[in-house]
Design a protein around this ligand. Structure first.
Ligand SMILES: O=C(O)CCC(=O)C(=O)O
Length: 301
């Protein structure tokens, strides 16, 4: 059972903030409206149909495989069309709507309490996670995105009901606390797309929390928190989710996007979501390009 203080009702309170410090996560049920969810899902169909420009890894389809629209509603093929994808990285670079959601007042309100008064957004990911697609092995986001000041925070927006069968998030409460980046070892769990997995010792099955949530909920979690998701084993249930990663604006961010860009002391491909940017004098720039997540993940940073 997830303790009551993990749940944000209406707006974040002191008990939520204390819970986040101790356990490294929070859940805000019913944070998004049905209309907001529908608008995000529709936007991603457009992105993946190539209407917003070329994306690395996009699979080109013949005209009759593409989704068709009638009066702005997807008329056919939407599910067939998106089912080939697990996720797209940096969709906010192709969608003003998605970028706006990163600054959603409900999200900013929470981040101001658990991250800093000054918060920047570092990346977005849209998970389609069609039936059959694999999950992501136990990991800490901080391993990939090096803030190293413990301010890295994910906001995971559920755009479908997420449950064990369709590959919801699992996490280990409190695993962020020692501030250690865990050793990564070879993965042999066929549920995971990754070649490597974080060594979660000394945690065991009894420490795992399954985050089964309704669409519209938002899960917040610390960048050092161990989390994973299993394969989508349902026949027809997608497990869509939009994820943003944020840090305090004070953080210098030596993130080379897993080797996609040259090493940098401070990656300025960011945008502010609240407060003041102490490094505004450096300006910002475009470094990351949107790309489709590979079916096998071989990240070594
Ligand atoms: O949604 C998933 O399957 C994995 C998400 C994740 O690992 C993350 O957002 O950091």
């Amino acid at each position: 059972m997830i303790p009551a203080n993990a749940f944000i009702n209406q707006s974040i309170n002191d008990k939520n903030v204390q819970f986040y410090k101790e356990y490294g996560f929070l859940i805000a049920p019913n944070a998004l409206t049905q209309a907001e969810i529908a608008s995000l899902n529709k936007d991603v169909v457009e992105i993946l149909s190539g209407k917003r420009g070329e994306i690395e890894g996009l699979r080109h389809l013949s005209e009759n495989q593409k989704p068709t629209y009638v009066q702005n509603h997807v008329q056919k093929n939407e599910n067939d069309f998106i089912r080939q994808y697990t996720a797209i990285h940096f969709p906010h670079k192709l969608s003003a709507l998605i970028k706006d959601f990163a600054k959603h007042p409900k999200i900013v309100n929470v981040l101001s309490e658990i991250v800093s008064k000054n918060v920047k957004c570092l990346q977005s990911m849209f998970f389609v996670k069609a039936p059959g697609k694999k999950g992501q092995a136990w990991h800490q986001d901080e391993y990939f995105i090096p803030t190293r000041d413990k301010s890295l925070t994910g906001a995971w927006l559920a755009l479908d009901d997420a449950n064990e069968e369709n590959g919801c998030l699992w996490l280990i409460p409190g695993s962020h606390e020692d501030g250690i980046i865990r050793q990564r070892v070879k993965n042999d769990n066929t549920h995971f797309a990754d070649t490597e997995v974080a060594d979660i010792t000394p945690f065991e099955q009894k420490d795992f929390v399954k985050v089964e949530i309704k669409k519209g909920a938002i899960v917040y979690f610390n960048g050092y928190l161990l989390h994973m998701s299993l394969q989508n084993q349902s026949h027809s249930s997608f497990r869509r989710a939009l994820v943003f990663h944020y840090s305090s604006a004070e953080t210098m961010l030596p993130w080379n996007l897993d080797g996609r860009i040259p090493n940098t002391q401070d990656n300025r491909d960011i945008f502010m979501v609240t407060g003041v940017d102490p490094y505004a004098y450096k300006g910002t720039c475009e470094l990351a390009k949107p790309f489709i997540r590979a079916d096998v993940l071989d990240f070594r940073v």
